[in-house]
Ligand binder design. Structure first.
Ligand code: AHR
Length: 516
């Protein structure tokens, strides 16, 4: 018996280095070339539920501190994220939005019904001027989606003229009369939204023609076409092949949009955002990881028709979508945000970083009080969600050079399915600092991992930060101490140009290092 125990101990100790090396991340610093566009860290805010009204915008007369109706605490919080771009006014709402309803004296703006989201009254008090003031407060670039399904070409080009033109005209005089002398600098314009569905139920051929007509008249710097449903590769092929036939196509099409939502179950029963089983945690990870293969399929088609990479893939809606919180309006899409959402955000951002050659923008849905939000509010209270903290950790990748990576990791499995336990991306910034963001998708097991950096001789200094929590469904609640927030992480050791690190279960880790 004694000998047997000795043998077991011997085997455990001698196998430990082998087990410890089962998870290896290799970074190819020597092969870095693509820039991670800062716009991948973009956001989206639609006239939906409590995203704008009773979210960003409480009105000038509110007791909640505000600047011209825009909540000060939200602006201050979001400034921590260095938001590079904000998409507005939808979403589906964009295709019913009449921009002229949202300018001029607020008390004269018409009341309309928001038919897509809850059938509630839209009083148009938050319009073009208010949105662009919000962008100025956030120091972010605006991205406006124009209505091509229930609006005319004239409506669209006049909106762009109103916002961006310095030439004297009836429209620019109207802007000045409404209090804005100088034009705004708005580069990004979306030509429609989900035109396969809520944007007019068009097919790809028809949409491409409509796009060409609108885009020809829309005098804007960067125009983004609607993509198809995420798995509709034929839409991408039709759009890309037909747009390539337009002489100087690069003047009318700069990006094609892509939408992908992570659901844990199915569209009928999406499941609770907080009360879920490990199988739903797993399927959220699994379905987010699946986005990468789908993106690569779209990118392969774009490469075929546009080998010079002129038209970018713009993932302007992504994130988790669950059943709404009990007792809230089903049309308002209000959901809580847990450690599971933090992991989904980390996986999504790693995927976009790693495909940054073609993906030039992404906009998580939808910033405040809607879907996978950064901020949730209740009256005057506000919480920063776990997703907020992921965006705060990851902002260091903005405009840095992407470092290609490979993962060889243990799989995480539930029932018959399995996925890699790790997700990673890395970059080098303009000062030569390397940032590695790695997520452990396994909610139960810590992972001993070696990170090997090819092209680096030694590491001079290393700092770590971690986002994790006690439980899979931990979330930050109103009036309570935060259960999920980032903290310092030191569980690593340096070995020349490699790092041995123990990555805790259900965590997101940021490593910042200098080296030669
Ligand atoms: O983000 C919610 C909705 O999801 C958007 O309005 C629409 O574009 C998508 O279907």
């Amino acid at each position: 018996m004694k000998h047997f125990l000795k043998l077991i101990f011997f085997l455990l100790f001698s196998l430990q280095p082998i087990l410890a090396q089962q998870n290896i991340i290799t970074l190819h610093l020597d092969k870095s070339k693509d820039t991670i566009s800062k716009h991948i860290y973009g956001h989206f805010a639609e006239h939906l539920g409590r995203g704008i009204y009773d979210g960003f915008y409480v009105g000038k007369d509110s007791e909640i501190p505000n600047i011209n109706g825009i909540r000060t605490d939200i602006v201050e919080a979001l400034k921590e994220l260095d938001i590079p771009v904000l998409r507005w006014p939808g979403g589906c709402f964009a295709e019913q939005y009449q921009w002229k309803d949202g300018i001029g004296p607020v008390d004269q703006r018409p009341l309309v019904v928001n038919t897509f989201w809850g059938g509630v009254t839209e009083d148009n008090s938050f319009g073009t001027h208010e949105f662009l003031e919000l962008c100025e407060l956030l120091d972010t670039e605006p991205y406006i989606a124009v209505n091509i399904a229930s609006g005319t070409v004239k409506d669209a080009y006049q909106w762009i003229e109103y916002v961006t033109s310095n030439t004297d005209s009836e429209i620019t005089r109207l802007r000045k009369k409404n209090g804005r002398e100088q034009p705004w600098d708005v580069k990004f314009w979306g030509i429609g939204n989900e035109n396969w569905g809520c944007g007019g139920s068009m097919d790809a051929d028809y949409y491409t023609d409509v796009f060409k007509r609108f885009s020809t008249y829309c005098n804007a710097e960067y125009k983004i076409a609607s993509g198809g449903v995420f798995d509709d590769l034929e839409w991408t092929r039709t759009f890309m092949s037909e747009i390539k036939e337009v002489p100087n196509f690069i003047d009318i099409a700069h990006g094609m949009s892509y939408h992908y939502y992570t659901i844990a179950n199915n569209w009928e029963v999406k499941g609770s955002s907080t009360d879920f089983e490990e199988s739903e945690w797993f399927s959220s990870m699994y379905n987010t990881l699946k986005m990468e293969a789908n993106l690569k399929d779209h990118i392969a088609i774009m490469d075929e028709y546009d080998p010079d990479n002129n038209i970018a893939l713009i993932a302007d809606e992504w994130g988790t979508w669950y059943d709404v919180e009990p007792g809230t309006n089903p049309g308002f899409l209000y959901q809580q945000n847990t450690m599971r959402d933090a992991l989904v955000a980390a996986i999504g951002l790693n995927i976009f970083n790693n495909n940054s050659r073609r993906i030039k923008m992404a906009n998580i849905a939808q910033t405040v009080n809607v879907l996978q939000a950064m901020i949730l509010t209740k009256g005057s209270q506000m919480v920063k969600t776990p997703t907020f903290y992921v965006f705060k950790m990851y902002k260091i990748h903005q405009d840095a050079i992407q470092i290609p990576s490979e993962i060889s990791s243990m799989n995480y499995s539930v029932k018959e399915d399995e996925i890699p336990s790790l997700s990673v991306s890395a970059s080098r910034d303009k000062n030569g600092v390397i940032h590695i963001t790695v997520a452990n998708l396994n909610p139960k097991d810590d992972l001993e991992t070696m990170i090997d950096i090819k092209g680096l001789l030694d590491i001079k200094g290393l700092e770590g930060e971690i986002l994790t929590a006690k439980t899979m469904n931990a979330y930050n609640d109103f009036g309570k101490a935060e259960k999920v927030q980032a903290s310092e992480f030191k569980n690593y050791e340096i070995k020349e140009a490699a790092i041995n690190i123990n990555i805790p279960s259900k965590s997101v880790v940021l490593l910042t290092l200098n080296g030669n």
